[in-house]
Design a protein around this ligand. Structure first.
Ligand code: AMP
Ligand code: MN
Ligand code: MN
Length: 316
């Protein structure tokens, strides 16, 4: 922790980045870090946030407009990579290769640590919780607290998933002391769905298939269907969780087609199967109960490949 603060102190230009297709935790932690550094560092220090365009629901986070898709500098003194290992940072990869120093803050069990300094704790609920840990609390304000809070609710399913610890709840208790309207934030950033998002959720549930004696469930959305409804990847958030709520199911798989015959796979487990192990086998990663990877082939090829790896664990 001391080491991280020392790295930050000396830098005159800082880039902050996270993973491709950024989620609430990624955006909340990067923006929380941005606001905190803006507040604590001299005003001549350049600070950029490099991420893909955030979903509109996150416009409640202050300064979200500072996010740029490409690095604003050829070489940063320091690049801070949050909520991911360095292989999923997209356009910020250029900045990674030239950065003077790098810090990696993450909670993915599959992250081996790609920074000069690493702050990686798989037991943390979220990268946002870890980012908050690093802050001198006397500088935290309502805007920073709100960004961190959004990150935590998104990665814990509003403090429901098993990654929620007593420590997470103590952090959340501190955060809501700042007095932002948290029930509204939960509704508007987590539960609310557009009409078409609800339509695709319903359709995906209807078309789902149970296999392995009802212990696994799978469903997917083809590129053709994506185009028919005019869907983006973020419109599919939460579907895999809903699949997992099916009684008797141990593992839920949801996939959508990124390009013909190339699928983005999301997996969720009730705890009996380590889906990060399955994802890692196919070049992806994640956590024991929530992981993802990309696979090629037909829809049924993907199911066959995944189920072989899941069956191996279930047989154990
Ligand atoms: P998702 O299913 O996309 O919500 O992702 C579940 C978890 O797995 C998240 O923590 C992701 O960061 C991680 N994850 C998803 N896809 C990948 C991937 N291709 N490589 C590494 N980690 C991934
Ligand atoms: Mn994330
Ligand atoms: Mn996360």
């Amino acid at each position: 922790m001391e080491k991280i603060l020392d790295e930050i102190k000396g830098a005159k230009s800082i880039g902050i980045t996270g993973h491709i297709r950024p989620d609430g935790d990624c955006i909340g932690s990067c923006m929380g870090m941005y606001m905190y550094l803006k507040k604590t560092l001299p005003s001549d220090v350049v600070i950029d946030v490099i991420l893909e365009e955030p979903p509109a629901i996150f416009s409640c986070i202050k300064d979200i407009d500072v996010i740029s898709k490409e690095p604003g500098h050829d070489k940063y003194d320091l690049l801070i990579i949050i909520d991911t290992s360095i292989d999923r940072i997209g356009a910020a990869d250029k900045a990674y290769r030239t950065a003077g120093r790098t810090i990696n803050i993450d909670h993915h069990i599959t992250n081996q640590g790609g920074g000069d300094v690493n702050y990686i704790y798989p037991e943390a609920s979220s990268a946002s919780e870890l980012t908050y840990d690093l802050m001198d609390k006397s500088y935290v304000d309502k805007d920073i607290a709100l960004a961190i809070y959004i990150g935590i609710i998104h990665d814990t399913g509003v403090m429901q998933y098993s990654n929620t610890s007593p420590r997470t709840l103590r952090t959340v208790a501190e955060l809501i002391e700042y007095g932002f309207d948290f029930p509204r934030l939960i509704d508007e950033t987590f539960y609310e769905r557009t009409y078409v998002q609800n339509q695709i959720l319903g359709r995906t549930l209807t078309e789902s298939i149970l296999f392995m004696d009802g212990q696994c469930i799978v469903s997917g959305v083809s590129l053709k269907t994506m185009r028919f409804y005019g869907l983006k990847s973020k419109d599919l958030d939460g579907i895999v969780n809903q699949l997992r709520y099916t009684k008797g199911v141990e593992v839920a798989i949801f996939m959508y087609e990124l390009e013909p015959q190339r699928w983005k796979v999301s997996m969720r487990s009730c705890g009996g199967v380590d889906v990060s192990d399955v994802a890692e086998y196919f070049g992806g990663g994640g956590h024991m109960r929530a992981a993802g990877c990309n696979l090629t082939g037909s829809y049924y090829d993907v199911i066959n490949n995944l189920s072989a790896r899941i069956a191996l664990q279930m047989g154990e």
